[in-house]
Ligand binder design. Structure first.
Ligand SMILES: C[C@](O)(CO)[C@H](O)COP(=O)(O)O
Length: 227
């Protein structure tokens, strides 16, 4: 039976929270630290046999260790998100075949979505959770010249992003060799021209990025389900 791991990223700088909380993944959300929602969803789903929790500093390490699912290793984050992911990939046991990579600033992830992603990655080797873009998106070309992107083809990437271990390690090796900066893991896999499956998320699932997101997330977590 193949074994899977989850990399739980908690080392982000939280710069865009503009000092409103000392640590966004440990900030209280409906009375629990933000991090615990992702940890609980993964534990309930049963998709991961092993966890790598990526922390930023010693203070955070102690708090995260208390909430980390088991068995887990705590891994020091790097300067950028991709450095953190690479550190965590290097810390996984050798028998892990599939890897979930999840931003813990996305606390609305659900166990049934994790199970669905797990099923798809076994077939496709690369799958991400994403939602359709509702706005019309403009790309600034130069100065005040814009190009309007074809909305039907646009998806907003979320996490988890799930890959065969061999594929994601090779993809990040390519990123390192070319000294590129990527903002998600799928972008690394795209460099290898490997197809990426999408599991559409039809529910709003914002990433905690700015102070206003906390209230929005709290509302989404505590509201009664809509049909
Ligand atoms: C990976 C990601 O969540 C996909 O939307 C996003 O790119 C992470 O961005 P961040 O700036 O590292 O929070």
């Amino acid at each position: 039976m193949s074994r899977s791991a989850a990399i739980l990223l908690a080392a982000g700088s939280g710069r865009r929270m503009r000092g409103s909380v000392s640590d966004k993944v440990l900030a209280p959300l409906a009375q629990r630290p933000v991090f615990t929602y992702s940890a609980a969803a993964f534990a309930a789903s049963g998709v991961a046999d092993y966890y790598a929790v990526v922390y930023r500093d010693r203070q955070q390490l102690t708090a995260l260790a208390a909430h980390a699912p088991t068995p887990s290793v705590l891994v020091k984050g790097g300067r950028t998100r991709q450095d953190s992911v690479m550190n965590a990939l290097a810390a996984l046991p050798s028998d892990i075949e599939f890897v979930f990579i999840h931003d813990c600033a996305r606390p609305l992830i659900q166990p049934d979505q994790l199970r669905a992603l797990h099923k798809i990655v076994r077939r496709e080797s690369a799958v991400i959770l994403a939602h359709r873009v509702a706005d019309t998106v403009k790309e600034r070309r130069d100065g005040d010249r814009f190009r309007t992107l074809k909305r039907d083809a646009l998806w907003a990437a979320e996490t988890p992003q799930v890959f065969s271990r061999e594929l994601i390690v090779r993809a990040y090796q390519r990123v390192a060799d070319r000294e590129l900066l990527v903002t998600d893991d799928a972008a690394a896999v795209e460099l290898l021209k490997h197809p990426i499956a999408i599991l559409e998320n039809t529910q709003p699932a914002p990433k905690l990025t700015t102070p206003a997101d906390l209230a929005w997330l709290e509302y989404l977590l505590t509201r009664s389900p809509i049909a």
